[in-house]
Ligand binder design. Structure first.
Ligand code: ADE
Length: 251
């Protein structure tokens, strides 16, 4: 029998995954300094290793590295949580699956072009196509079946990461001008993607819009997060429920 599909799951804060893990079986946890890694399973076909990383690229990269080191069988690393809208058509509850991520605050000029990650010599990182297609289909099927009530129809696009909470329309406009096709901004995704790329593990970044990355962003973000905590798990479930057709097939 094939071993269960093993998901590595990270969010910056408990609210972004849902802090109630009672739906998982065989729960255990291990502490690594101030990081707790929870392990559990869902039915016989899915194993989960998950943690709340804290905010920002360093915390996210550290948590990703620890999580991957905690189990050699992790098949896919997913970072999920909320994001600010950069695409003005996006609203709260819109779901964006990254088809590419980049670090908007990486600038090693003149040695590398602006935004290029020296470690990988590229700026945009793209998830593996088969995992991306699987996740996109899973989300759309869940949405069409009514399993994502309250969320808007999932879409995909470029998500930019940086160590800055964007709450200023002028700053956001500069990012939009620099990064054509930009849909959302956040503070962790591309750091986790870089770690996963360097470790040779498939990754996805899945975000829900909480605010408009403008002057009202901080208030919208805080209000949204309280409501989002009750719903976050449904988005993750939409993926987990379709593990039987995931690229790394389970039993
Ligand atoms: N995460 C959620 N909203 C954000 C914003 N406006 N800027 C950066 N990260 C965010």
């Amino acid at each position: 029998m094939t071993r269960p599909l093993h998901f590595g799951l990270l969010g910056a804060m408990p609210e972004e995954i849902g802090s109630d893990l009672s739906h998982l079986k065989d729960l255990s946890c291990s502490n690594h300094g101030d990081l707790t890694i929870h392990k559990g399973s869902l039915g016989d076909t899915v194993q989960l290793s998950l943690a709340w990383s804290g905010w920002g690229k360093v915390s996210a990269a550290r948590a990703a590295t620890r999580l991957l080191a905690s189990d050699p069988n992790i098949d896919l690393l997913v970072f999920t949580g909320v994001a600010g809208a950069a695409d003005p058509t996006l609203r709260q509850w819109d779901v964006v699956l990254a088809d590419a991520v980049m670090q908007h605050d990486m600038d090693a000029r003149p040695l590398f072009p602006k935004f290029t990650l020296p470690a990988l010599n590229q700026d945009r990182l793209q998830p593996q196509q088969d995992w991306f297609n699987w996740a996109k289909t899973a989300l759309l099927e869940a949405y069409d079946a009514g399993g994502l009530e309250g969320f808007a129809r999932p879409s995909s696009g470029l998500i930019a990461t940086g160590d800055r909470f964007i709450g200023d329309a002028a700053v956001l406009q500069t990012l939009r001008d620099d990064l054509p096709g930009l849909r959302a901004v956040e503070m962790e995704g591309a750091a986790v993607a870089q770690v996963a790329e360097q470790e040779g593990i498939p990754w996805l970044v899945l975000r829900v819009i909480s605010d408009g990355a403008d002057e009202a962003a901080a208030q919208s973000f805080e209000d949204f997060l309280q409501r989002y905590e009750q719903q976050a798990w449904r988005l993750i479930e939409a993926l987990l429920q379709r593990c039987n057709v995931a690229p790394r097939r389970c039993a």
